[in-house]
Write a protein that binds this ligand. Structure first.
Ligand code: MLT
Length: 347
């Protein structure tokens, strides 16, 4: 059973975070997947399973009446709903502040909105923001644990963790812990608008550390050649069918129309080279799993038949989002003051 922090403990932790005395890890924030050790990743995967299997009434005592704010400056269905269900599943009270129905519309800054939420009793903030780096600023200004729910074109760490859980269930069933060899021999092809994708970036930061080979695939406009230098284990391939022949997982990404300004992408040309169709899947990767972080655009990056087909794990990914985010929310409110080596990690 989790210990509940006293009010004094909570404000001390907030001050420690604000003054920079604690590392991001100690604050319980998750800003970048790169800040997690493989032991942290294992602990999150294990905690997610433990929480998922717990009796819902018992689980709801863990963070009963604790306050968590969801601060969303961009549209979201899956991420927002699953974070909210995760926090509520642990018994927390949640409040949603979005850019469309709050003082943000009147010009209030991220800092002032964050301080307002803290004054209202929020103990952690889940932030989605169009600017890369916004979660770091919010953590610094409020001293609260911040969970990055997507910052601009930068990172989406909880998505990478739920993607990992989904992959592990299929490729390494029964395994919850990870190490540098866990995904050895696995090739993940990521295809689509990689240039604008925070999902691609977080997966690129995580998967090679577990031994996976990541092949990025797309036209030059959406995938600059320099991406191959992003790190070890990452390659660039322009020919989707060639890439797919090597894949155990094909991860499709949406074309982010809202971020395409000035790119002049010919969508018909794009579809002929990169759309995932039943015919392509049958010919090049009949055993591979198909993943997509959503939202999916049927008829563009993939066909409806592929999205609904037997190789699609798209809805499973959505499902895993709740367990992973329960683990992250619990970690955010209980990890403060712990050492990065895991003493006192939530049981
Ligand atoms: C995101 O928020 O990055 C989504 O999950 C992917 C997308 O918007 O296409």
């Amino acid at each position: 059973m989790m210990m509940r922090a006293s009010t004094a403990e909570r404000s001390t932790s907030a001050l420690e975070c604000a003054s920079g005395l604690s590392s991001t890890l100690k604050c319980g924030s998750l800003l970048s997947v790169g800040s997690l050790t493989l032991d942290d990743v294992s602990a999150i995967l294990q905690l997610a399973t433990q929480l998922e299997n717990e009796d819902p009434l018992e689980r709801a005592k863990r963070l009963a009446k604790r306050r968590i704010a969801l601060l969303f400056y961009e549209a979201s269905t899956r991420t927002r709903t699953s974070f909210e269900l995760a926090a509520k599943g642990l018994g927390a009270d949640t409040t949603l502040v979005s850019n469309l129905s709050s003082s943000i519309e009147k010009g209030e800054t991220l800092k002032d909105t964050g301080l307002t939420l803290r004054a209202l009793g929020a103990e952690a903030i889940i932030l989605r923001h169009p600017s890369s780096g916004a979660p770091w600023l919010l953590e610094r200004e409020t001293g609260l644990p911040v969970l990055n729910a997507g910052d601009g074109m930068h990172e989406h760490p909880s998505q990478a963790l739920l993607d990992l859980r989904t992959m592990m269930r299929h490729l390494r069933p029964g395994v919850e812990g990870v190490n540098a060899e866990t995904l050895a021999g696995v090739t993940v092809v990521v295809t689509g608008d990689i240039l604008h994708s925070r999902v691609a970036r977080s997966n690129m930061l995580l998967l090679p550390r577990l031994g996976a080979r990541v092949i990025l695939c797309g036209p030059e406009k959406l995938l600059p050649e320099v991406a191959a230098e992003a790190g070890p284990g990452i390659e660039v391939e322009r020919d989707l069918e060639h890439a797919m022949r090597q894949a155990q997982v094909v991860m499709m990404l949406r074309i982010q129309a809202e971020r395409l300004a000035g790119l002049h992408l010919d969508l018909e040309e794009y579809k002929s080279g990169y759309q995932l169709t039943e015919a392509r899947l049958a010919a090049c990767a009949p055993q591979a799993s198909v993943m997509h972080p959503g939202p999916i655009v049927r008829g563009l990056e993939l066909t409806g038949e592929v999205a609904d087909g037997p190789q699609s794990l798209i809805l499973e990914q959505v499902h895993h989002g709740v367990a992973i985010r329960m683990a992250l929310v619990l970690r955010a409110l209980t990890l403060r003051g712990l050492t990065p080596h895991g003493e006192g990690r939530p049981a």
